[in-house]
Write a protein that binds this ligand. Structure first.
Ligand code: NAG
Ligand code: NAG
Ligand code: NAG
Length: 363
């Protein structure tokens, strides 16, 4: 409640627009743990059962919802800004009456590329619910939302489609299995291809407004900082403490994606394909953390079991041996793999109001 009050105070004073109801009637979201609002916990979720319990959710919902954070995610702040309800997870509503204000297909741990590609290389993912599976879910649901082509087109014209963030797991898992940056670079065309194929598919289904996300600065993530810890100071950006090579890799992916989105814009001139620059919207957190109230720091997790960056494989957040910081809003990094609500809020403001989505979301 306190956070919500702060949100209103901050936005009433700094922006004339708090929410823009009416622009969209629905949001459909595809992605991974950055935006999963409860699908993964409705699968067996064996790989990451901690998200079933507190402290996940402690800040805003006061119980675990299946979100990989202490509170709301970027997709929740986008829903608030558009005056729409938080998106229910597809697996919670698939069998019920149709939800006309939007549904979330994102699954924590999901890859952009089909999981069979990784399985064939001996890389075990958390989930097989990649982009193509999520698109299949969307097509299933579509028949309950509209019937004729005309009816569907009219409905989807007033819907916002969020594609990603997704793709990060396509790099996280191989990295954990020892792949080098050079090997990751060879994956980029396939990962971007899976993302743009999803965009193409959605436009063919009737989507007109789509917001497609780039990668975050993964060189700032505890996962990479722990995996590729270096005694060589020049591996780190002195301004942020992040791994330069992995941030450069994220930018490489993003540039590739932006080029491919341009191709899609030419193919579908009637569609409004927005690029959501998550990298740009989040890097300021690492450069000037105190400006955003991150007095606890940015690289070390609020919740964890000790060790470098407070990411301990034997005691991850929620497991015995882990502890949670007193004030998660003072930390950008929630559990070593995901952001805190406070960081998501900052990123969302950058994307919605701060010029980090182009063309802009609220035009
Ligand atoms: C994903 O699919 C593979 C191959 O069918 C299967 O062996 C594996 O258990 C599945 N993983 C999950 C998390 O369901
Ligand atoms: C440290 O890393 C830089 C590039 O990041 C490299 O040029 C240099 O050779 C490395 N030094 C050592 C001692 O490994
Ligand atoms: C990691 O967690 C284990 C289990 O709680 C604990 O024994 C170990 O000391 C922790 N490691 C560090 C570096 O704190």
């Amino acid at each position: 409640m306190k956070i919500r009050a702060l949100f209103l105070v901050c936005c009433l004073s700094s922006q004339s627009v708090v929410s823009t109801p009416g622009r969209y009637d629905a949001i459909f979201n595809f992605g991974d743990s950055l935006s999963d609002t409860g699908n993964f916990v409705r699968t067996r979720a064996l790989a990451f059962p901690v998200i079933r319990t507190l402290p996940y959710g402690e800040t805003f919902f006061h119980h675990a919802t299946g979100r990989c954070s202490d509170g709301r995610l970027v997709v929740d702040f986008i829903a608030e800004a558009l005056g729409l309800p938080y998106l229910p997870p597809y697996l919670a509503v698939a069998k019920g009456p149709p939800v006309r204000t939007g549904v979330n297909f994102a699954v924590a741990g999901a890859s952009a590329i089909d999981s069979s590609f990784f399985n064939a290389q001996g890389i075990v993912l958390w989930t097989n619910d990649s982009m193509s599976v999520q698109l299949g879910w969307f097509k299933n649901l579509k028949s309950s939302l509209c019937t004729t082509k005309h009816e569907c087109d009219e409905y989807f014209k007033k819907s916002l489609f969020l594609v990603g963030e997704v793709g990060e797991n396509d790099y996280n898992f191989p990295s954990s299995f020892g792949w080098t940056i050079k090997q990751l670079r060879h994956l980029v065309p396939q990962v971007v291809g899976a993302i743009t194929r999803a965009v193409d598919n959605l436009i063919e289904e009737g989507a007109v407004d789509l917001m497609v996300s780039g990668q975050l600065p993964i060189g700032c993530f505890s996962l990479y900082l722990v995996l590729f810890q270096s005694a060589n100071k020049s591996a780190y950006d002195p301004r942020t403490g992040c791994l330069k090579a992995y941030n450069a890799f994220a930018k490489y992916h993003n540039n590739y994606l932006k080029q491919e989105l341009q191709v899609l814009r030419e193919k579908y001139p009637h569609a409004r394909i927005m690029y959501a620059d998550y990298y740009g919207a989040s890097i300021s957190i690492y450069r000037t953390p105190k400006r955003y109230g991150f007095y606890g720091g940015t690289l070390s997790a609020c919740c964890g079991g000790g060790g470098p960056y407070n990411l301990n494989k034997s005691a991850i957040c929620g497991q015995p041996g882990s502890t949670v910081c007193k004030d998660p809003s003072a930390f950008a990094n929630w559990d070593g793999v995901h952001f805190s609500e406070s960081a998501y809020h900052h990123i969302a403001k950058g994307l919605i109001y701060g010029g980090f989505t182009y063309p802009p979301l609220l035009a």
